[in-house]
Design a protein around this ligand. Structure first.
Ligand code: FAD
Length: 326
């Protein structure tokens, strides 16, 4: 008998034991809900040709790029604020096409841990309401709640957002610039993003010329986090292009002032562009907050509400000036 078969049989015996104990404890319906997996000597995956795997990925990816070249809303950055914003818009407006552009291979931003590499995530009330909506369990500590693993929140909001049919995540893709259009009165507005593979973005200095790609959108939400190699990208770009005054730069830590401001300050900072999450502390010169995450969730919700409140007007303006594009 092979070692693998022995292991499989052992785990089957364990599963049987577990099922028996569930039956004994009156949870037999729960036990029955789980499928059984049997890996015998004749176990085999269904056959496949390598080119089929390649084509399955290629045709979907290029179709997605084609579909989302005209997006309704683009969200830059898949951290806690960006994912929350995407989930909120995606659930409330299933008719809108939402593209998330994330520079990293792994979405989630800085919300995989609490503070200083510790697992738990602190969320101040009333942001526990959002945890209730997405179904993340927590311990209630009075004024605040604690999620056992920050990763549990991050993986749940990611799953909730990415399983929606009207949301597409393009990861390993960096926003390198913004599309800026002018209306009849000469007023400028943001109308999309300029992207490139992150690996290309990081290597512009080693290539002579590598042109980017573009996504048009009626509204862009920027959720790129604190300043850093990729962070605070859109507000830095706006400031460099002299479209907004110089950045205020993030100030020292004060949890109370910081979280309230991030939520209250979430807004359209330039026509067509909404800033959310820690990117706001850079543009407004506000405090950092330490390891407490309710503001990221509620700022994402407010960014979504703001996006929806300006969306029809922005779309009407864009369509009047440039025609209807899908
Ligand atoms: C300097 C610094 C200080 C911090 N201080 C604190 C603190 O005091 N307390 C605390 O809890 N946490 C802190 N963090 C961690 C973390 O940033 C925040 O806790 C929180 O996760 C911010 O959420 P967010 O959604 O605004 O941004 P993030 O979680 O940072 O997510 C931003 C996402 O945008 C992506 N992105 C950035 N630029 C681009 C681009 N051009 N194109 C596409 N995607 C892009 C990033 O890859 C990332 O996934 C700090 C991080 C840094 C770098």
């Amino acid at each position: 008998m092979s070692q693998v078969t022995t292991l499989l049989q052992t785990s089957q015996q364990q599963a049987e034991k577990q099922e028996a104990s569930l039956v004994a404890s009156g949870c037999s319906s729960l036990a029955k809900a789980y499928p059984d997996y049997v890996f015998g000597e004749d176990f085999k995956f269904a056959p496949i040709r390598e080119s089929i795997v390649a084509r399955a990925m290629i045709k979907r990816y290029w179709k997605d790029l084609e579909t989302y070249a005209e997006s309704d809303i683009v969200i830059v950055g898949a951290g806690s604020a960006g994912l929350t914003c995407a989930y909120y818009i995606g659930t409330r407006r299933p008719d809108l096409k939402i593209a998330i552009i994330e520079a990293g291979v792994a979405p989630g931003g800085g919300a995989w841990l609490g503070g200083q590499l510790m697992s738990a995530m602190v969320v101040r009330k009333p942001a526990d309401a959002f945890l209730n909506e997405i179904g993340v369990p927590y311990e209630d500590e009075g004024n605040y709640v604690v999620v056992k693993h920050a990763a549990l929140f991050t993986s749940t909001i990611m799953a909730r957002a990415l399983s929606l049919p009207n949301i597409k995540l393009f990861n390993a893709t960096a926003v390198e610039d913004l599309i800026v259009k002018e209306d009849e009165k000469g007023e400028q507005r943001i109308a999309g993003v300029v992207t490139n593979w992150t690996l290309v973005s990081l290597n512009h200095g080693t290539q002579s010329c590598m042109d980017p790609n573009t996504l048009n959108a009626h509204v862009v939400v920027s959720a790129t986090g604190h300043d850093g190699p990729f962070g605070a990208f859109c507000v830095k770009r706006l400031a460099k292009a002299k479209l907004i005054p110089a950045l205020g730069d993030m100030r020292c830590l004060d949890m109370n002032r910081a979280e309230d401001h991030i939520v209250k300050g979430t807004r359209e900072i330039y026509p067509g562009l909404i800033a959310t999450g820690m990117e706001l502390s850079e543009v407004d010169g506000r405090n950092r907050m330490g390891a407490t995450f309710g503001a990221m969730m509620f700022s994402g919700v407010k960014a979504a509400q703001t996006a929806l409140s300006i969306f029809d007007e922005r779309r009407a303006l864009n369509e009047k000036l440039e025609g209807v594009h899908h």
